[in-house]
Design a protein around this ligand. Structure first.
Ligand SMILES: *[C@@H]1O[C@H](CO)[C@@H](O)[C@H](O)[C@H]1NC(C)=O
Ligand SMILES: *[C@@H]1O[C@H](CO)[C@@H](O)[C@H](O)[C@H]1NC(C)=O
Ligand SMILES: *[C@@H]1O[C@H](CO)[C@@H](O)[C@H](O)[C@H]1NC(C)=O
Ligand SMILES: *[C@@H]1O[C@H](CO)[C@@H](O)[C@H](O)[C@H]1NC(C)=O
Ligand SMILES: *[C@@H]1O[C@H](CO)[C@@H](O)[C@H](O)[C@H]1NC(C)=O
Length: 216
């Protein structure tokens, strides 16, 4: 059922799927605009450059349509983009957002021990994303949870922040992930500088195989 919904929205979506989350600050940019606007874009680490560009084009259009504020950000499956009329320092403050995934509406079979496994995986991925330079701040991995359940996850930081900032951002995100999703089949926390996601199905592969279905 979930698969079907994703599939249909992929076929009928004009370019990319709907945004996961849009955040427009409540401070409106009215009257005089300052001279400087900072912007930042990030694609998920496994997304190729043409799909990345398509996603970012869609994202920036949508963001300008939806937000008329001083700071704004939008997150998609494949990319995220944000701008601010304030300086970049204020952009990098951790502010987790929690898009609700289909998989988050279902619980895992063993809710008592699930978070131990999730934390093990996510701590590992956070260290990998922050410290392994060959990963370019994007790490994926999996851990077997029960006979028939495997947790797949990824962790990513924007490449303008330091290693310790990346680790810190991801540790805040993991706390938030614990809050929303610690016994669910999936969950995602996004922030301006990092994001963290897990699913009990292999999402990267699923998204890839969906992408390769012709739009006819
Ligand atoms: C940027 O913002 C930070 C925190 O909001 C502030 O402390 C800093 O002075 C600002 N820097 C500039 C150059 O405006
Ligand atoms: C944690 O990371 C190490 C090294 O990257 C890897 O060998 C190990 O399998 C990982 N463990 C989990 C639970 O992901
Ligand atoms: C960093 O990632 C590469 C590529 O996946 C891997 O071969 C290497 O073992 C990792 N290094 C550490 C220190 O985990
Ligand atoms: C895994 O098995 C348990 C019981 O053996 C069942 O309750 C649960 O729904 C299964 N989970 C999945 C994802 O198939
Ligand atoms: C890039 O990814 C998209 C979506 O996954 C795919 O349709 C396209 O063929 C890929 N392009 C290249 C050059 O690999």
């Amino acid at each position: 059922m979930c698969f079907l919904i994703v599939l249909l929205s992929t076929i009928f979506a004009p370019v990319v799927a709907d945004p996961l989350y849009t955040a427009c600050s409540t401070e409106y940019a009215s009257g005089i605009f300052p001279d400087i606007v900072s912007g930042q874009a990030l694609c998920r680490g496994d997304v190729n450059s043409s799909a990345c560009q398509t996603c970012l084009r869609e994202a920036s259009q949508k963001l300008l349509e939806e937000c008329k504020s001083k700071d704004a950000a939008i997150w998609y499956e494949a990319c995220q983009i944000r701008y601010s009329f304030q300086n970049l320092t204020s952009l990098n403050v951790y502010a987790g957002k929690y898009p609700v995934l289909e998989s988050q509406k279902k619980s895992v079979s063993d809710t008592v021990h699930f978070y131990d496994y999730l934390k093990l995986l996510m701590d590992n991925l956070s260290i990998d994303a922050a410290l392994n330079r060959s990963k370019l701040m994007f790490a994926t991995g999996e851990i077997k949870f029960s006979r028939n359940e495997t947790i797949y996850g990824h962790a990513q930081c924007t490449r303008d922040i330091r290693e310790d900032e990346c680790q810190e951002c991801l540790s805040f995100a993991l706390l938030d992930l614990k809050g929303c999703c610690s016994s669910k089949q999936g969950g995602i926390v996004v922030s301006g500088s990092c994001n963290l996601r897990f699913e009990s199905v292999q999402i990267l592969q699923r998204l890839k195989s969906l992408d390769s279905i012709p739009n006819s």
